[in-house]
Design a protein around this ligand. Sequence first.
Ligand code: HEM
Length: 155
Amino acid sequence: MEFKQRHKMYIGLFHTHSALRYVVLLLLIVVIAKSLVGVVSKKPFEKGDEKLTLWLMIATHTQLLVGIFLYFVSPWVKFAASTMKDPQLRYWTVEHATIMLIAVVLITLARSTTKKLTGDNTKHKKVLIFTSIALVLILVGIIMSGRGILIPVRA
Ligand code: HEM
């Protein structure tokens, strides 16, 4: 691929991926808050709760897909022996992808448990546990990158 074309693709994917974080974070906070209220107030697990876990999963899987494409065009991802010695290259090549993949799996599990489990309180509890760990991982991941959680920091 021509350099200019590749660069344009990188910029497009980068901004999409950067912006999608807000959707994922917002949905995570809403799901966590709703499931916490659900556990504490022993509320039924309603259709709306199920829909929210579905939207969270769709947003996260879209983020995953964009992230995978971005991975192969980003100048911060390098497959070289020296990568592990450079904290920035190591973060984007190994750590970011690994941390975020675990978070994606947890969000997927949160969704699938609501399908399989019975008992409203158990569903709220499982969603609360999986999504809370996912949120912590995502926040730690972004903090480690030094790019800023809410306001992107440019080098
Ligand atoms: C829930 C999942 C994810 C979230 C919330 C997330 C979040 C972010 C954020 C906030 C940035 C920095 C954007 C900026 O500086 O404005 C970023 C960059 C990036 N992410 Fe993700 N990410 C996720 C998943 C993934 C996955 C699974 C991969 C790879 C397989 C990936 C690969 C990348 C790459 C390559 C960059 C760009 C580095 C650069 O060129 O500057 N991300 N991500």
